[in-house]
Design a binder for this molecule. Structure first.
Ligand code: YNC
Ligand code: MG
Length: 388
C-alpha cells in the first residue's frame, strides 16, 4: 500500500495495538562515517541545490514555487500563500542548518521545481527531550507529480539531518501515512463573514440572512481583559517561564528556551502576533496568546484574490479564562483585518471553540514522528505542538 513508507522507520499500521513494542527510537543511530556522503540520485534532468533563503532572489523563487504549487483544500478553491517574510522566519530559527533548505532545479533552465525543508527543534515526548528535525514545505511542481520524486526528497533531507547527528523528526500532513501520532481537526471562526461567503469559504446557514450572519459574528472593538497588551522584547524571559510551565502537561510539546521564544513568539509584522496579560496590580504576567499570519490565494473569485487567515499558535491561561483570552485574540485579529481565525483542537482549544462560534472544518491534519514509536495514539488535546 505504501511502497515507500513501508521501508521507513515509522510506526506501521500492522503494529497498532502491539503493546510488546517499546516506546522510543525505532532504529539506533549509526556512526556518522556510515551515513551516505553523496546526495541521492535524481532523474538526470534535475539537480540538487541548497537554497540560500537570505538571498532575495532565491527566496522569491521558493515563494513562487509554493504560491503556485503548494497545499490546496480538497475542492481546489484555496492554496496556501506563505509570504517571503514568513518563510524566512519559519526557516531560520536558532541553530538552523542551511543544508536542510533543499531545492531541485531543472539543470538546463535552472527552474526551481521542488522543495523540502527541515529545521532543528527540541521536542519533549513524555519525559524525554529529543533533538528532532521539523520537516515542512515539501512541494513538487504540479507538472512533475506522481513520478516518485517525493520519496527521493524525503530520503535526501533525512540524509542531511543524519549528517548533523539528528535521528528523529516531526511533521504534519493532510494525507494519512503510517502512522499518525494524533489526528487533529481545524476549526474556523468567521471574522469577515460576507467575504468568506462571497468566495465560497463558508455558506449562509439555513434560515440565515447575510445581515443576521454579520450580526452573529460581530465582535466588540475593544479587548475585555485589563492589562491585555502586545508582547515586547523585555517580556521574553517571563513568557518563556510561563510557556515552559504550561507545556509540561502535554504528552508531546516543544522544549522552548529564551532564544526559541524570542524567535517564535516576539511579534513580527504580518508574520506572528503575541499578546499577554500583565496584572495591573502586581505586574505579573499571567496569560498569553499568539497567532501567525498565513494567507491563502483564492483560486476562482472575481472579487477577491487573497483570504487573510490567522492561525492560533501557543496560548497559555493561568488567571484569565482561556475563553476570555481567545475572545480578545479574535478582537485584535479582526482589528488587523484578518478574514478568518483558525485553530486546531490541540491543547485546551476544545474549551473555547464552540462557545466562540468556531465551526469545524472539513480537512484533517495528521501529526507524525519519524524514528520514534509511541505506545498509544494520542488524543489531539494531549498534543502541545503547533507546526507551521
Ligand atoms: C506528504 N505530504 O504516500 P507511499 S506536508 C509525506 N508527506 O509514498 P510522489 C507523502 N509523504 O505511500 P507526488 C506526502 N504526500 O507510496 C505524499 N507522500 O509510501 C508520499 N503536493 O510520491 C506518498 N505538500 O512523488 C507516496 O507523489 C509517495 O508527486 C508518492 O508528491 C507529493 O510538507 C507532494 O501537499 C506532497 O507538492 C510533494 O503532491 C506533492 O504527489 C505536492 O509520486 C502539494 O510520497 C503540496 C503538499 C505536503 C505538505 C509537508 C511535510 C512533509 C513531511 C515529509 C516526511 C518527512 C519525514 C522525516 C524526514 C527527516 C527524518 C530524519 C531524521
Ligand atoms: Mg513526483
Amino acid at each position: 500500500r505504501h511502497k515507500f513508507w513501508e521501508t521507513q522507520p515509522v510506526g506501521q499500521f500492522k503494529e497498532l495495538g502491539d503493546m510488546s513494542l517499546p516506546e522510543g527510537p525505532i532504529e539506533q543511530p549509526t556512526p556518522l562515517s556510515e551515513v551516505k556522503q553523496e546526495p541521492y540520485n535524481l532523474p538526470s534532468p534535475y539537480e540538487w541545490i541548497t537554497c540560500d533563503i537570505d538571498s532575495e532572489e532565491v527566496c522569491a523563487e521558493v515563494y513562487n514555487l509554493l504560491t503556485n504549487n503548494y497545499v490546496e483544500d480538497d475542492e481546489n478553491m484555496f492554496r496556501f500563500n506563505y509570504s517571503k517574510e514568513f518563510l524566512r522566519w519559519a526557516l531560520r530559527p536558532p541553530g538552523y542548518f542551511r543544508s536542510w533548505h533543499i531545492g531541485v532545479r531543472v539543470k538546463s533552465s535552472k527552474k526551481l521545481v521542488a522543495f523540502i525543508t527541515g529545521i532543528p527543534a527540541r521536542i519533549r515526548v513524555r519525559d524525554t527531550v529529543v533533538l528532532m528535525a521539523e520537516v515542512n514545505f515539501l512541494c513538487v511542481h504540479k507538472k512533475l507529480r506522481s513520478k516518485r520524486l517525493a520519496p527521493v526528497m524525503i530520503k535526501e533531507v533525512t540524509r542531511r539531518v543524519h549528517l548533523e547527528n539528528i535521528w528523529q523528526a516531526a511533521y504534519t500532513a493532510g494525507v494519512v501515512l503510517p502512522t499518525p501520532v494524533t489526528t487533529c481537526q481545524y476549526w474556523h471562526r468567521s471574522l469577515n463573514p460576507k467575504k468568506l461567503i462571497d468566495v465560497g469559504f463558508s455558506r449562509l446557514g439555513a434560515r440565515m440572512t447575510m445581515s443576521r450572519t454579520i450580526k452573529l459574528y460581530k465582535l466588540s472593538d475593544q479587548t475585555a481583559t485589563p492589562g491585555f497588551r502586545k508582547m515586547e522584547p523585555h517580556d521574553v524571559p517571563a513568557i518563556t517561564r510561563l510557556l515552559r510551565n504550561y507545556l509540561q502537561q502535554f504528552a508531546v510539546a516543544p522544549d522552548f528556551d529564551v532564544d526559541d521564544v524570542e524567535h517564535w513568539l516576539l511579534p513580527k509584522e504580518d508574520v506572528v502576533e503575541s499578546y499577554l496579560v500583565e496584572s495591573p496590580e502586581t505586574h505579573e504576567i499571567t496569560d498569553f496568546c499568539s497567532f501567525y499570519s498565513l494567507p491563502s490565494s483564492i483560486l476562482g473569485s472575481q472579487n477577491h484574490s487573497v483570504l487573510k487567515a490567522a492561525y492560533s499558535y501557543y496560548n497559555v491561561s493561568t488567571k484569565t479564562p482561556l475563553l476570555q483570552l481567545m475572545s480578545d485574540a479574535l478582537i485584535v485579529a479582526k482589528k488587523k483585518d484578518f478574514d478568518v481565525f483558525n485553530a486546531l483542537d490541540v491543547m485546551h482549544n476544545e474549551t473555547f471553540l464552540k462557545e466562540l462560534k468556531f465551526g469545524p472544518g472539513d480537512g484533517k491534519l495528521h501529526y507524525y514522528l519519524y524514528n520514534y514509536r509511541l505506545k498509544h495514539v494520542l488524543r489531539s488535546s494531549e498534543l502541545g505542538l503547533v507546526l507551521l
